[in-house]
Ligand binder design. Structure first.
Ligand code: CU1
Length: 201
């Protein structure tokens, strides 16, 4: 049983790694992907989403609807007469390949006006530096960061000064002798993930 659990955990971690390596996140429209005239405020939904370049957006809809990407003018006028692209397959995934605004409507007469309109803002990928702090603290001295903590008195490399109290956990000798430290870090991260997944089950 524990073995099966461990295997499952490793598989889950592998799946997670694959998922992380893949492109972005899918955003089902309205939260559940349903594209219809039932009164969903798609823009209220999209305003709460963070669309990043590389993400996708998915629409599921009956044949009585379509997904039509339009310009801002088409969006504002609820007009699908000059579409950028139109989809009618009932399950459409839009690739958000570049940053900027995208506009989608249903081009069936009356449906856009009934709420089947959606504006999304795609953010550029997060490669920028961390956001600068805008608010300055009142007392702004030249904060040279926090003072370095005093070196612990027992930080010496010598191990022969250790008290002879034998603790079952503290005395574990390092098992990795020759492994590259980066590889060890990666392995530790994966093991940590596996443990976390196993614990979560
Ligand atoms: Cu429609």
């Amino acid at each position: 049983m524990a073995m099966a659990k461990a295997i499952f955990a490793v598989a889950a971690v592998a799946a997670l790694v694959v998922q992380l390596a893949a492109a972005g996140v899918d955003h089902p429209v309205g939260g559940n992907g349903a594209w219809d005239a039932a009164g969903t405020s798609y823009n209220a939904w999209s305003a709460k989403q963070t669309f990043k370049q590389g993400d996708t957006m998915s629409f599921k809809y009956a044949s009585s609807h379509d997904v039509t990407e339009v310009t801002k003018a088409g969006y504002d006028a609820c007009s699908g007469s000059s579409p950028i692209k139109s989809y009618t397959d009932g399950a459409t995934t839009i690739q958000l390949t570049s940053p900027g605004k995208r506009y989608f409507i249903c081009s069936i007469p009356g449906h856009c006006a009934a709420g089947m309109k959606l504006e999304v803002t795609v953010a550029a990928p997060a490669v920028t530096a961390p956001a600068p702090t805008k608010s300055k603290p009142r007392h702004q001295r030249s904060v040279a960061s926090t003072p370095a903590p005093a070196v612990a008195p027992a930080a010496g490399p010598s191990t022969d000064e250790l008290p002879a109290v034998s603790s079952p956990t503290a005395a574990a000798p390092p098992k990795s002798s020759g492994a590259a430290s980066i590889g060890m870090l990666g392995a530790k991260a994966v093991v940590g993930l596996a443990v976390a997944v196993a614990l979560a089950m």
